[in-house]
Ligand binder design. Structure first.
Ligand SMILES: [Zn+2]
Ligand SMILES: [Zn+2]
Length: 285
């Protein structure tokens, strides 16, 4: 870590996290190590009211909206000068529909200025579900999703009015929940429980993202000193190796400050670097 971090504006500050699912275990150690921050978990915050993975409460708005709402709750419940909120989303990968993908977002908000630092990543996940009838085998599914280290949820398929049985980490609990569903429904669904404290894969992803948040937060704007200077856009137009015309390939990263208008080109590709002609609209239309 560079020495200038000792003068970092967030050094030794107090931050609050709104989470019901133990995310502070993945986030607090990183921010404590990097910035000497004191991290509090905001009490009495019902983050489930902002949306659940099991569908009883749909999230309104984007992942960013949800993470911001949590950070604001953390600030208002504790009076901390910095609030942190996180949000995950899971489903089929848009590019590879048969592969599940996860997305995680972390947001740090400075309550005095309203300044926010946001990091986002696509992550590996055990997200999965299976629909079964009475007597169908479930062992292969449970093994695939990492049960019992990773909890599962059991519900009727299609959903009926009853609350799903969540956080199941014991084979007997799963069987009892299935028997219960089959008393009134012909089919049941077993799903991965995506809440962080019941999903070690997710907790690991959040810890990685917390490191990314620390890296981003550590970089301060060269003009105004606000933390969080980093990648905001890319500049395309790497020249074609055959004809020299600009292509869609990235030529440089644009780093910027979200508090002022400062922008800087970083990681500019060397003048001798060209794009493969397969990327060229002229050579390979
Ligand atoms: Zn070309
Ligand atoms: Zn700035």
């Amino acid at each position: 870590m560079p020495a200038k971090m000792f003068e970092h504006p967030y050094r030794g500050r107090w931050a609050a996290i709104a989470t019901m699912h133990g995310k502070e275990r993945a986030i607090a150690p990183v921010l404590c190590r990097w910035f000497g921050m004191t991290i509090t978990t905001a009490p009495g915050v019902d983050t489930d009211a902002l949306g659940t993975f099991t569908g009883e409460i749909a999230r309104s708005g984007t992942m960013l909206d949800a993470a911001r709402a949590k950070a604001l709750l953390a600030i208002s419940r504790t009076g901390a000068p910095i609030g942190i909120g996180g949000e995950g989303a899971f489903g089929p990968d848009p590019g590879l529909p048969f592969i599940a993908s996860g997305r995680e977002l972390l947001l740090l908000r400075d309550s005095a200025t309203g300044h926010e630092i946001v990091v986002f990543r696509r992550t590996a996940t055990n997200y999965d579900h299976v629909t079964i009838a009475p007597g169908d085998p479930i062992d292969a599914f449970l093994a695939r999703v990492g049960f019992p280290d990773h909890a599962v949820v059991v519900r009727a398929e299609p959903r009926d009015g009853r609350a799903p049985a969540k956080g199941l980490r014991d084979r007997k609990q799963v069987e009892a929940a299935l028997r219960d569903v089959f008393t009134s429904a012909g089919r049941a669904a077993i799903e991965t429980d995506m809440r962080a404290h019941l999903n070690p894969t997710r907790m690991t992803s959040i810890a990685r993202l917390a490191r990314a948040l620390a890296v981003r937060t550590a970089r301060c704007c060269p003009s105004c000193g606000t933390p969080g200077f980093g990648l905001v856009d890319v500049e395309r137009g790497l020249p074609c190796g055959e004809c020299g015309a600009p292509t869609r390939r990235i030529r440089a990263e644009i780093h910027g400050c979200s508090a002022c208008a400062t922008r800087a080109l970083r990681r500019e590709r060397a003048a001798a670097l060209y794009a493969d002609p397969t990327w060229c609209q002229i050579c390979n239309p």
